[in-house]
Design a protein around this ligand. Structure first.
Ligand code: PAF
Length: 281
C-alpha cells in the first residue's frame, strides 16, 4: 500500500502503472470509513488492477460550517482499515491547498436540472462543491472506473452528468447501499447517533420498504401523504423531504407513467443528524 499527499507524485505513480497496462479503479471518500466504503473498495479491486482511495474532507461541499467542523476525522484508523483489506491500494490524502491552491472555492456547474432537485433545494451549493472536487480528483487520478454508493443516488447521477458533459473517459459504477443490521443505510454520520436514535432511524428504511409495496397500487400523491403522516407519529425523526422521482431525471413523479422507472427518496433528521436514503421502486 502506498500513501501520497502530493498530486504530482501520485500522477507519476499512476502514469507508470498505466504504462505497464494496469487499469485504475477509484473510490473517492471523505474518510470516516465504514463497511459501506470498504465494500466500494472491494468492488473496485475486483474490477481493476490497482485501486486509488482518496480521503479528503472537501470544504466546498458543506453548506453548513458546523457540519464541516463536526465531520469525523479518523485518518489513522481509516488507513488501518484499508491496510487490513489486503488489496493493492494507493491512498491519496491531499491537503485543501494541494487540491485547491489558495482559492478554496467551488466552480459553478449546470447538471441539466439534476442539481435543483431534493438535496439541491436543501443544501445550497453542495453539488457545485462535489462537482468541483470530483472533477479535480478525476483529472489527477485519471481512473478507468470510479465507484460511488447508491445511498447518495442524486450525487451519483450528478457525477454521471459531470463526466458526460466534461467528456471525461471514466466509467461511473453505482454500488448498492450497504445497510446496518436494522436496515439503516451505512453512513459516517451514523457514528454520531445515540444508540436510541440509531434504533429509531431504522424507521427510514422500513418506510421506504412500505412505499415500494404501496407503489404497485397507490398514487404517488397518496403515498406522499401517508409517509408524512407516518413521520408525524415518530417525533424522534423529523422528515425533511419525501419524494418519488424519475430514476434518471430525478424530477418529481406526479403521475406514474408506464415504461418509466421510479425511485423513492427520504431525508430526515434524527436529533441533529441528517440522514438520507432511497429505494428503487
Ligand atoms: O460521497 C462523498 O463522500 C463525497 O461527496 C465525495 C464524492 C467523496 C466528494 O467529496
Amino acid at each position: 500500500m502506498q500513501i501520497f499527499k502530493e498530486k504530482a507524485a501520485l500522477k507519476r505513480a499512476i502514469r507508470s502503472l498505466k504504462q505497464e497496462g494496469k487499469s485504475v479503479g477509484f473510490v473517492p471518500t471523505m474518510g470516516a470509513l465504514h463497511r459501506g466504503h470498504l465494500s466500494l473498495v472491494t468492488q473496485a479491486a475486483a474490477a481493476s488492477d490497482t485501486v486509488v482511495v482518496s480521503i479528503f474532507i472537501n470544504p466546498t461541499q458543506f453548506d453548513n460550517p458546523e457540519d464541516l467542523n463536526n465531520y469525523p476525522r479518523t485518518l489513522d484508523s481509516d488507513i488501518l482499515l484499508l491496510k487490513n483489506l489486503g488489496q493493492n491500494l494507493i491512498i491519496f490524502t491531499p491537503s485543501a491547498s494541494e487540491l485547491y491552491g489558495n482559492d478554496i472555492k467551488a466552480e459553478h456547474f449546470a447538471f441539466d436540472g439534476l442539481e435543483d432537485e431534493m438535496e439541491g433545494k436543501y443544501r445550497t451549493g453542495h453539488f457545485d462543491g462535489v462537482g468541483t472536487v470530483v472533477k479535480k480528483l478525476f483529472e489527477i487520478v485519471k481512473p478507468d472506473k470510479a465507484f460511488f454508493g447508491e445511498k447518495d443516488y442524486q450525487q451519483l447521477q450528478i457525477i454521471r452528468k459531470l463526466t458526460e458533459k466534461a467528456g471525461l473517459l471514466v466509467e461511473i459504477i453505482g454500488c448498492p447501499i450497504d445497510r446496518e443490521e436494522n436496515g439503516l443505510a451505512r453512513s459516517s454520520r451514523n457514528e454520531r447517533l445515540t444508540p436510541e436514535l440509531r434504533d429509531e432511524a431504522a424507521f427510514i428504511y422500513q418506510t421506504l420498504l412500505s412505499v415500494r409495496d404501496k407503489f404497485g397500487t397507490e398514487s404517488a400523491t397518496k403515498i406522499n401523504k401517508w409517509v408524512n403522516s407516518e413521520f408525524e407519529k415518530h417525533p424522534a425523526l423529523r422528515l425533511e423531504y419525501f419524494e418519488i422521482a424519475d430514476n434518471d431525471s430525478l424530477k418529481t413523479a406526479k403521475e406514474k407513467e408506464s415504461g418509466k422507472v421510479y425511485r423513492a427518496f427520504i431525508a430526515a433528521y434524527a436529533g441533529e443528524i441528517r440522514l438520507i436514503d432511497n429505494i428503487a421502486l
